[in-house]
Structure formats: C-alpha cells, structure tokens
Design a protein around this ligand. Sequence first.
Ligand SMILES: Cc1cc2nc3c(=O)[nH]c(=O)nc-3n(C[C@H](O)[C@H](O)[C@H](O)COP(=O)(O)O)c2cc1C
Length: 324
Amino acid sequence: MDAAYTVEQLRAAAADAVRAPSLHNTQPWRFRLHEGGIEVVVDQARRLPASDPSGWGARIACGAALYNLRLALAAAGTPASVRLRPYPGEPDVVARLVPDLPRRPTPAERSLHAAIPHRFSNRRPFWPDPVPADVRWQLGEAARAEQCWLELVIGTSAVSAFGEIARSAHRVLDRDPAYRAERAEWTRAEPAPDGVPAASGGPQSEPQDLLPQRGFGNLHRAPGRDFEPEPLVAVLIAAGNTATDQIVAGQALQRVLLTATDADLAVSMLSQPIEVPSAREQLRLSLGRFGTPQMVMRIGFGQPGRPTPRRMVDDVLDLPVSQL
Ligand SMILES: Cc1cc2nc3c(=O)[nH]c(=O)nc-3n(C[C@H](O)[C@H](O)[C@H](O)COP(=O)(O)O)c2cc1C
C-alpha cells in the first residue's frame, strides 16, 4: 500500500475536526479509516429533518470539519491530498484524504490551526468598532482560496434590505411547528455533549433589531444594550448548489471563520435566508452575483465567547476492526 494514515493521526486530527460549527450543534459527522485514507461521512441520523430536509446544513458542517482536518494534518507535517465525494455509490462520503508528500506547515496553516480552539459563535451584541479594511480583504481572500466568494453587504440601505429578507425568512421558518420543536429540542438547559447551551444563545429579539436572532434559550439583554448599529454582514457564495458545492462552501466557511478568529473578530451565523428557498433567491438577486449564497455571517469585535460542548472523539470514529 502507498503511504497511509494511522489511527493515532486520525484521532489527533479528528479532535480538531469536531470543533467545527454545525446547525444546532448537531455534529452530523463521522470519520473513518479506510485503506489508509481518512474519510469524512455525513451522519444522516444527526441531520435535522425539519430544519435541514435537503442535507445542505449537514454538508456545510462536514465541509467545515473537513477543513479543520486538512489543517490539523498539515500542521502535523503530514498534509493530505483530498478527493471530494470519491464514491458515486456512497454520496454520504464527503471526502477521502490520503497522505501527500510530507512537508513543514506554512505560517498561515500554523496560525489558522492555532485558531481552531478559539473559534465560537458569538450571538451577543458587538462593539460599534468597524472591521478594518485589511482584515475585510483577508476574509475575502480566505473564501477565494477555497473557491468561494465573500460578498460584504456595505452601507445602511444594503444592510437594511438584507435585514428585511432575513427577518421575513425567520418568520416563515418560525411558523412551522416542526422547526420550532427541533430548535427547542436542541437547546440545552443542562450540560450535554451536543445541542446549543442556553447560555450561548443570543439575547431575545427586540422590535428594533435589524437582524433576526435564532432564539436559543431565554437570555435578556441589559437595557440599552442594542446590537451594533452597522453590523458587517458577509454572504458566502459558492459556484452553485450541488452537494459538492456545499462541501466546498463548508470548507470556505471554516477558513473565513478561522481567519476572523485569528484577527480577534467575533462571528455569528444567520442561515434563515439560506434555508427558505424564496429568501435565498431574493438574496442572490439582491447581491447581483453569479453563484449561490450558502451562509451569512455577522462579523465584528465583541466580548470573548465561550466554547460549546462536543461529543468524545472516539464516539465519532469508525475504525477497522483490527484497530479497535
Ligand atoms: C449550516 C449552519 C447553519 C447555522 N445557522 C445558524 C443560525 O441561523 N443562527 C445561529 O445563531 N447559529 C447558526 N449556526 C451556528 C451553530 O449554531 C453553532 O455552530 C453550533 O451551535 C456550535 O457552536 P459554536 O459555533 O460556538 O462552536 C449555524 C451553523 C451551521 C454550520
């Protein structure tokens, strides 16, 4: 056999992979060692039937986990060559990674890898300080390096128009009892290895809010503590909307998030306008770009966030019987 990854390499890289974001922190991934390659597989049992009927969210999450896996392997000096969706008969296998020629990690790989444990969703109001121009450029470069485009929504009227699309998508989703039940089921008041801890949810929405907050938990904000008046809204766009495009977008999302973390920025994600097809189309038209919006981020400077829980690494590994 050619060069092969070991169980130890898989275990170490998977510990970074599981820090990726996922819809309602469902962690819909498994990692397996197969003929010397590491494979990332969508765990369909953890896809949300009401909130993610098409599997878009699970593929974005697996793409983000794949990016962490790539970084972890590169940072260890054992970078991977990656094939997306390698088996036509097994569409849930998102990627297969086999060892490429060993080399030292680049400084960028080192710093993005170091950012993995410090990236959290921060749903609280940010400070009003603007994101500097050079950092905006770096965020765009991060998306481009992963074959995506990051469109920054600039100016009060563009942000208000986006807010309107996002709020109307939020209302459409919230009218569906199955969607509301799923969100409640995955909001955790007690410690749990998955789901969104109520303490990590943002404050309850108020009528003056520009952007809709997906309500996890019951936090209220201090009087006068409004959201930043001009949030930096960034839309991640992929070439299209095939399953492969979504995996590509997941990797780009994670690279943008880690680039933001490395620049001491806070980020929250808003996917309501992606999840409602008519809102997504409206968003696409309003941006006037080719391609398909795959995620929206609110980016700024904020108080440090906190990590959310993950399942144990051994719970997400599938090892050959001889290696158990
Ligand atoms: C596909 C996808 C969609 C998401 N949509 C939202 C959203 O609409 N609102 C939100 O607050 N967080 C959203 N998130 C963030 C997740 O809730 C978050 O990643 C998860 O709870 C884990 O927390 P962490 O990001 O702090 O690690 C989304 C994440 C993914 C991958």
